[in-house]
Design a protein around this ligand. Structure first.
Ligand SMILES: CC/C=C\C/C=C\C/C=C\CCCC(=O)SCCNC(=O)CCNC(=O)[C@H](O)C(C)(C)COP(=O)(O)OP(=O)(O)OC[C@H]1O[C@@H](n2cnc3c(N)ncnc32)[C@H](O)[C@@H]1OP(=O)(O)O
Ligand SMILES: Cc1cc2nc3c(=O)[nH]c(=O)nc-3n(C[C@H](O)[C@H](O)[C@H](O)COP(=O)(O)OP(=O)(O)OC[C@H]3O[C@@H](n4cnc5c(N)ncnc54)[C@H](O)[C@@H]3O)c2cc1C
Length: 665
């Protein structure tokens, strides 16, 4: 990929940049977590940008096989470079190196570092870690996480693959007993990986002990040929994710040593005796909690990219009736409805960005305890990571799509970079737990919190408001619509919805319905409660970060953006609780005022994300704003333009025009 040659900057963008009311660079430091991080990230971006090995034509003009092959090369080259630079142990540096080297091109070895290594870290005994972790960290072996089967994704306990212990050989026999038990989807499984963590039902001494994890070698370490009993391959083209070989895996009585069961939480002894070391069996699901928390941040980053493209384009794209004869056509960003569409995406992005940081800190605070078997804060962490993963990826996909539509026809062209971002974000709504199912997990937790609050028990910090007494709806039509007031309203909404659903649930229980049936009866409403709870969390994180900004100008603009986020939630959630007409009208007026207030900072707010052209890969979102010439250059690269007359003309069109039958050709 080559960066577009930076030409003279389009004066319309220069004009917009000059309107910023705050120091953009300082906001970048906040987003990066400090000036040091910004500088480090830029150094890494510079390293990749200067490296000709990472240059190539746009991948959109390549076949899937070419895209995959190039992605393997780049992914491995990234690892080599990181090693040379002694950055392998630095997660921050590695993350940004990968991101800029493979912008929105999912890596064929992505599952290795996102799930395989974290699973070895979280699920291995100390001895097993010694044996495998260093090899995995050194990329001597490349692994994936094979859990989902053709027949079961969501309902993990229904997984059919078996791991049956044979004490005579002290081996497990891994087997796929049915077609539906074939592993389906794991990233990199098709062609790239030679090992997998396989999730299977553990059988020993004639009993099934439920799902456990096993390290299975799939391919020979020197020839890469699949081992006897292992049948694996690529699952074929998908809606996106063309650069990765999501795969299938059928295991035909494949034998692995006893020691290859991941034994941090449970063990099978040589004679086949099963011993569970920790009581909470959900600790096996730990890697998913980790990845779900990463997805929230990835969704925010996806919106930041799409919004940067769409806002810049809105500054340089003129379309519509001039305001007076001889005047230029208006810019897209001059339309209030366009401002609303883009600025609400920007507000969602900042909200999710800050919320993902709070969630990440929570995860890393709780994780050491969990590893030691202290699981008091695990339910809260699971509920938040599941719910925020769903809200984040839903919003991520919706906002990226809105930005794409904001760019009209060009948004549909791969040249805009927007389809690539959308296709990378959208699958996150499905993987790592389908979003509706994840919201139901959060909802289930919230229902239990209401019960515990009724019994007077303590709740975790993010659930603590559920203990407060129901109050009348805060009035929005009175004094100023401050961010604190709006956040208070969202807290009240979340609690009201939850109490209403919980009351309904309890009435089903009183009618002697089973817990599971009562849960199903309220499940639709419960997903809305889960969303409201997560939005409250996002709003709180956003406001806390805005208030923490030391520079009053940055504090001011972030607070205004936060108010836009909160007001938009109040207005769009007005159907969940009864909002009076006057309150609603007041909020709508406040949104209109905020759009006018924030419009001069639109470019500054997206450019604070500091995304280089190399990252955006967008003809219409270029820093220099020179869109049209670049669009023509892009189209010229299309392989269809390699010749003036395409071969299909001779083969078919000429025959057709001459009245010959095409059927025999
Ligand atoms: C920068 C990086 C960004 C992105 C990554 C990039 C590339 C990666 C690309 C793709 C990766 C995709 C990888 C995958 O998709 S791996 C497969 C993921 N699969 C799933 O997520 C399956 C979803 N299903 C489940 O998680 C569960 O089966 C379930 C839906 C939660 C239901 O489980 P079940 O056993 O039936 O549980 P319940 O009866 O509903 O609940 C029992 C009890 O357990 C608690 N619980 C459930 N899960 C967890 C957990 N993970 N941690 C802690 N506790 C958990 C649940 O709350 C309940 O508690 P109670 O107290 O109420 O009993
Ligand atoms: C791009 C991509 C990458 C992936 N990578 C991996 C990987 O590396 N490793 C791996 O193991 N897996 C991977 N997966 C699989 C992924 O985790 C599953 O697709 C996901 O968990 C959903 O499972 P499913 O496809 O079986 O859908 P299903 O569980 O069949 O769900 C279908 C629909 O039914 C709904 N539904 C299901 N159960 C319920 C319920 N109890 N209540 C209400 N509604 C319900 C869901 O909301 C969903 O809309 C990947 C998937 C994708 C798309």
């Amino acid at each position: 990929m080559t960066n577009p040659v930076v030409q003279k900057v389009n004066p319309m963008l220069t004009e917009e940049r000059a309107k910023a009311s705050f120091p953009v660079e300082e906001l970048t430091y906040i987003l990066d977590g400090g000036k040091f991080n910004t500088e480090k990230r830029r150094e890494i971006e510079e390293l990749v940008t200067k490296d000709p090995n990472f240059e190539h034509p746009p991948i959109q003009f390549m076949t899937r096989e070419q895209q995959y092959s190039l992605a393997v090369k780049k992914a491995l080259l990234v690892q080599q470079r990181l090693k040379e630079l002694d950055m392998l142990d630095d997660p921050y540096a590695s993350y940004f190196f990968r991101r800029i080297a493979m912008p929105r091109e999912v890596s064929p070895i992505g599952l290795h570092w996102v799930m395989f290594v974290p699973t070895l870290m979280g699920q291995c005994s100390d001895e097993q870690r010694e044996r495998w972790l260093q090899r995995a960290l050194n990329y001597e072996i490349i692994g994936t996480y094979a859990q989902t089967e053709m027949g079961h994704g969501t309902f993990l306990r229904g997984i059919e693959t078996t791991a049956t212990y044979d004490p005579s050989s002290q081996q497990f026999v891994l087997h796929s007993p049915t077609t539906t038990s074939i592993k389906w989807w794991p990233g990199g499984l098709g062609k790239t990986c030679n090992y997998a963590v396989v999730v299977a039902q553990l059988h020993t001494q004639g009993r099934c002990h439920g799902v456990h994890m096993f390290l299975v070698q799939l391919r020979d370490e020197s020839t890469h040929r699949s081992l006897p009993g292992v049948v694996c391959g690529d699952i074929g083209p998908k809606m996106g994710y063309h650069t990765i070989d999501n795969g299938f895996l059928q295991l035909n009585s494949v034998r692995i040593p006893r020691e290859n069961m991941l034994m941090r939480n449970a063990e099978v002894q040589p004679d086949g005796t099963y011993i569970r070391r920790v009581s909470n069996e959900k600790l096996t699901y730990g890697t998913m909690v980790f990845v779900r928390s990463l997805i929230v941040s990835d969704a925010a980053r996806g919106i930041s990219e799409a919004a940067t493209i769409a806002v810049r384009y809105a500054c340089v794209r003129r379309q519509g009736e001039p305001s007076s004869p001889g005047a230029p056509e208006p810019r897209l960003l001059d339309y209030p409805v366009h401002q609303y569409r883009l600025l609400t995406c920007v507000a969602n992005c900042y909200g999710l960005w800050f919320a993902s940081e709070v969630l990440r800190d929570l995860y890393f605070t709780v994780q050491p305890d969990v590893l030691e078997g202290r699981t008091e804060r695990l339910p809260e962490t699971h509920a938040l990571s599941a719910g925020l993963k769903a809200v984040g990826s839903n919003r991520g996909a919706a906002c990226v799509e809105e930005c794409r539509r904001c760019c009209g026809g060009f948004g549909f062209s791969e040249a805009s970079g927007l389809p690539k971002i959308y296709n990378d974000i959208n699958p996150a709504c499905t993987y790592e737990g389908e979003n509706t199912v994840m919201l139901l997990q959060t909802g289930r937790h919230l229902l239990k919190c209401v019960e515990r609050a009724r019994r007077g028990e303590q709740l975790a910090p993010s659930d603590a408001y559920i203990r407060s007494r129901p109050t009348p709806q805060p009035k929005l039509a009175g004094g100023p619509l401050t961010a604190d007031l709006l956040l208070g309203w969202l807290r009240w909404r979340s609690l009201s919805m939850l109490l209403e659903v919980s009351g309904r649930f309890n009435s089903f229980i009183e009618q002697r319905q089973a817990w599971a049936d009562a849960f199903q009866a309220v499940s639709r409403r419960l997903t809305r409660c889960a969303e409201a709870h997560c939005i409250l969390y996002v709003g709180q994180a956003f406001l806390d970060s805005a208030k923490a900004a030391e520079n009053p100008k940055i504090c001011g603009v972030l607070t205004s953006l936060c108010r836009l986020f909160l007001l938009n939630e109040v207005v769009s959630g007005a159907g969940d609780v009864q909002l009076s007409r006057s309150d609603l009208a007041r909020c709508q007026d406040a949104i209109d005022s905020l759009l006018t207030e924030l419009r001069p900072n639109a470019v500054a707010l997206v450019e604070a994300f500091d995304l280089p052209d190399r990252m955006l890969c967008s003809v219409i979102g270029r820093y220099d704003g020179q869109v049209y010439e670049a669009m023509l250059q892009w189209a010229r690269q299309s392989p269809l333009n390699a010749t003036d007359v395409h071969e299909s003309y001779e083969l078919y069109t000429r025959q057709f025009l001459a009245g010959r039958s095409l059927a025999k050709l």
